[in-house]
Design a protein around this ligand. Structure first.
Ligand SMILES: [Zn+2]
Length: 313
């Protein structure tokens, strides 16, 4: 018997054959050939879920073309399909706790990659200003759909630039804080993107990333006959603790950066809006605090990486 569950959020859509790239023969992140089949998502055309034994990324072996993805995300933001995203206030409160002590700066700069309307960086900017950690905050919001939120600019001390790509950032520009919250799984080239983002950090600058890590859960459920659609093509990659714990080694960046925190991510949904989903997410995450790297069903992971000071750039 096979039970198939369809998830409302990020439902599975299979592009036409001409909109799908050739199959990856090796890990697209580290080029290793030590890869392991997890399961298929469709058989015609054959599209599979794979994990890399070396860098520990999970990926879909046939990915949509860039053209398809651009169209997909245009519709994704224009239609109101009721998909939920994290409450920005909850995430920002969580980030403030995770960052710990931030250094006081006259002008603090934030790069918000995939920030959409930039509400996360804007709320963080408000916090920095009201806590007197900064006198001015400059935000570069880089997103296919970069736009202002409903509230727009809440203070003249916040300068926000909506940018469509990294190319719009002046050469040599560095940032105190770089945020990649639930975005790296959507991009076709996470290795290049991650390297670019880390390179934008100032000395002592803080990088935050949050990614889904659901392949181990889906794999275990498949083994007991429960088949859940994967959010394809929205999610192209899956990045959990083993991937993040070895990321600086994989990118050969250990001399310039260090991993300050690597832990299970906060629960996206709220008890008020989605009580059952939220309860399950909390229950799944509890063992992660105890068993840490030996537990693989946390559903999501997050890291804080910092740039070392005093090194030549
Ligand atoms: Zn790899």
């Amino acid at each position: 018997m096979q039970i198939t569950l369809h998830r409302k959020k990020h439902s599975q859509i299979i592009p036409e054959l001409y909109e799908i790239e050739e199959r990856f023969k090796e890990c697209p992140f580290c080029k290793s050939k030590e890869i392991r089949f997890v399961r298929s998502i469709v058989t015609t055309p054959e599209i599979n879920v794979i994990t890399c034994q070396k860098c520990h990324i999970g990926y879909i072996d046939r990915q949509p073309t860039e053209t398809f993805l651009r169209e997909f995300y245009k519709k994704y933001y224009s239609k109101d399909d009721g998909h939920t995203t994290i409450d920005p206030h909850a995430l920002v409160n969580h980030l403030i706790r995770q960052f710990g002590k931030l250094r006081t700066k006259n002008t603090f700069s934030i790069l918000d990659f995939g920030g959409g309307d930039g509400s996360i960086s804007q709320l963080l900017a408000n916090y920095l200003l009201t806590s007197n950690l900064a006198q001015q905050v400059n935000i570069s919001n880089v997103d296919y759909n970069a736009r202002d939120g409903e509230g727009g600019h809440s203070s003249y001390k916040i300068v926000k630039n909506n940018l469509l790509s990294f190319e719009a950032i002046p050469p040599g520009k560095k940032f105190d804080l770089v945020i990649a919250s639930a975005i790296l799984e959507h991009v076709k080239n996470p290795r290049e993107t991650l390297s670019i983002l880390l390179n934008y950090l100032e000395e002592n600058g803080v990088f935050y990333a949050r990614t889904p890590w659901v392949y181990p859960i889906f794999n275990a459920l498949t083994k007991v006959g429960i088949y859940i659609d994967l959010p394809y093509p929205a999610h192209l990659f899956d990045m959990g603790n083993a991937f993040w714990n070895s990321i600086l080694k994989t990118l050969n960046l250990s001399s310039g950066f260090y991993l300050e925190k690597s832990c299970t991510s906060l629960v996206e949904s709220s008890f008020r809006e989605r009580p059952l989903r939220t309860l399950i997410a909390h229950l799944l995450k509890i063992p992660s605090y105890i068993f840490k790297n030996h537990y693989h069903f946390a559903g999501g992971w997050e890291v804080i990486i910092k740039r070392r000071a005093g090194l030549k750039k």
